[in-house]
Design a protein around this ligand. Structure first.
Ligand code: F6P
Length: 545
């Protein structure tokens, strides 16, 4: 299907016109006009209840957004992803993270071969390893069992593992310690190994490419730390280092036996890899059965996304709403607000998923876009955010659509905590939508001069995403929901959501600058005057010039 440029699609022009009519419409009004709105504008699928009624939309908005999805070829594009077409055009790669959670026995053909058996072979190898480490059958070099696991990786090789570990801590093996090293700042490594016995420590070096500067620097430091702790026996690394990578050659070069390597494939993007072997630390923490349950959750959402009609399709609706605010209201950000302490790293995880995917300035054909693409995603767990930045969401001058995420059951029932937590979710979405008029504020006896300060305009949009409990399967569903919402947005904008060329320039410059900082002789600097001066000053401060 040939899709016209975004502004040339009929639904786009209709939405522009419609938005102009909608701008003055208040959520108070649309709720007053339809007392069933809060039940009507909801969808329940795969165990997730989405209430999107508190959005600045009417039935006509929805109709036009759904028309936009059709005109953008979303249906065809979903099919092309699931059948393994090379939709990551700038890297000439397929995008098949959905194969990572396909059930055993399913068939997804890529380059003439069914990839699902390979996926399950790796999962089985991971499960065997995880069982051996968790049971103590896998021993360290000195015969002690492994009690500490440190994942060394960055970006997609870190954010997913950290987020999933924190999210599923309730299900984790508490007798073991799990830590994560990502930053090339030596402090990250130093703090991660503090107090740990090298004889009981396993490092998972997670890097798709096995060439990433930060990860390889940390991996070498880890090896030095281990060898220093185990009195320099170089054979000691065998039982203390495993690798997760697509690059067997580099893994071997580093000195890790490829028998202890867990592979994945170039059709898995880094930020879409937490459910591949990159999730080895997650599996070690929660065990193979829970990991498989998480994959089951991912798959349930994949199937919902692939098959549900768009008007009942959670990721499609969320993606279209994000486009609505981004492109028609000029909203620059989306706040993600999990009312669940275990999801404290979820917003950070989503930042890479959403912004590395959709922060693009050209279409997949390389044509400069004349509309905004990916919004900035950010957030913190509730209720902490309420006592920090919510002021700006309620009374500031910017429109910030919010996703509230909540669970009906807590994993830690303690007195009244859960009801108080959920009361805050419902209170915040109500306050954001309906606000408080000057009349209401004055009626409370507020002096006239204080009324403007105390009124709430309302009309601040939000989604409420309600799940039963934070289980491994629920986490899988939630992550897949956002993955496919990102996909929906990228399809509307016609951008390649699966490359990340924007990180290259800084990486290359850093590689050039490192020797300039390290050289004993004064280096010849050919940067701009600011960068040259900063390098000289740094060298002087550290005492090398
Ligand atoms: O930041 C760029 C990036 O390529 C991410 O996309 C990726 O998740 C991260 O670096 C880590 O890459 P690797 O797993 O190859 O070390």
């Amino acid at each position: 299907m040939t899709v016209p440029a975004l502004r040339g699609r009929p639904a786009w022009a209709s939405l522009e016109k419609h938005h102009a009519e909608m701008e003055g419409l208040h959520l108070r009004q649309v709720f007053a006009d339809d007392d069933k709105r809060g039940e009507r504008l909801t969808v329940e699928a795969a165990g997730i209840y989405l209430d999107y009624s508190k959005n600045r939309i009417t039935d006509e908005t929805l109709r036009l957004l759904l028309q936009l999805a059709q005109e953008s070829g979303l249906r065809e594009r979903i099919d092309t992803m699931f059948r393994g077409d090379k939709i990551n055009t700038s890297e000439k790669r397929a995008v098949l993270h959905v194969a990572l959670r396909a059930p055993r026995g399913a068939s997804i053909i890529y380059d003439g071969q069914n990839v699902v058996p390979e996926v399950h072979a790796v999962l089985d190898k991971m499960a065997d390893f995880a069982d051996r480490v968790r049971s103590g059958a896998w021993k360290g070099h000195t015969g002690k069992r492994i009690r500490n696991v440190i994942n060394v990786g960055i970006g997609g090789s870190d954010l997913g593992p950290v987020m999933a570990y924190e999210a599923l801590k309730h299900y984790s093996e508490r007798a073991m310690t799990f830590r994560f090293v990502s930053n090339v700042d030596g402090t990250d490594f130093a703090e991660a190994v503090l107090g740990l016995d090298p004889a009981e420590t396993l490092f998972i070096i997670s890097s798709k490419t096995f060439t990433t500067l930060e990860t390889m620097t940390n991996a070498h430091t880890a090896r030095d730390w281990l060898l220093a702790g185990l009195k320099g026996e170089s054979s000691a690394t065998a039982k203390h280092f495993v690798a997760v990578s697509t690059n067997a050659q580099e893994v071997a070069k580093f000195g890790i036996d490829t028998a202890n390597m867990f592979g994945f494939w170039d059709w898995v993007g880094g930020r879409y890899s937490m459910d591949s072997a990159i999730g080895l630390s997650t599996m070690l923490a929660i065990g193979p059965d829970n990991f498989r349950a998480m994959l089951g959750g991912f798959h349930e959402m994949d199937e919902h996304f692939r098959t549900a009609p768009f008007e009942r399709n959670l990721p499609v609706l969320m993606g279209l709403l994000a486009v609505w605010y981004n492109n028609f209201f000029g909203a620059q950000t989306v706040a993600v607000l999990p009312y669940q302490q275990y999801l404290k790293r979820f917003p950070a995880y989503l930042q890479q998923l959403t912004m590395e995917s959709n922060g693009k300035h050209v279409t997949w054909d390389g044509v400069a876009v004349d509309y905004d693409t990916g919004p900035i995603y950010w957030g913190e767990p509730g209720t902490n955010g309420q006592h920090s930045f919510y002021q700006l969401i309620h009374q500031g001058t910017r429109l910030i659509p919010c996703d509230f995420i909540a669970f009906a059951h807590t994993l830690n029932p303690l007195g009244r905590h859960q009801d108080i937590l959920l009361a805050n979710v419902f209170a915040q979405t109500e306050a954001l939508s309906f606000g408080k008029t000057a009349k209401q504020v004055a009626a409370e006896g507020t002096p006239d001069w204080l009324v403007p300060h105390r009124l709430f305009e309302g009309n601040r949009p939000s989604n409420t995403i309600l799940l039963d409990a934070l289980t491994p399967a629920a986490l899988g569903k939630l992550v897949a929901l956002y993955e496919h919402s990102v996909f929906t947005q990228g399809t509307i904008w016609q951008i390649d959501s699966f490359d990340q060329w924007g990180v290259e320039l800084g990486k290359a410059l850093a590689q050039q600058i490192v020797p300039q900082l390290e050289s004993a002789a004064e280096p010849k600097l050919e940067h701009d005057s600011s960068t040259n001066a900063l390098i000289r000053r740094y060298r002087k401060l550290k005492g090398s010039a």
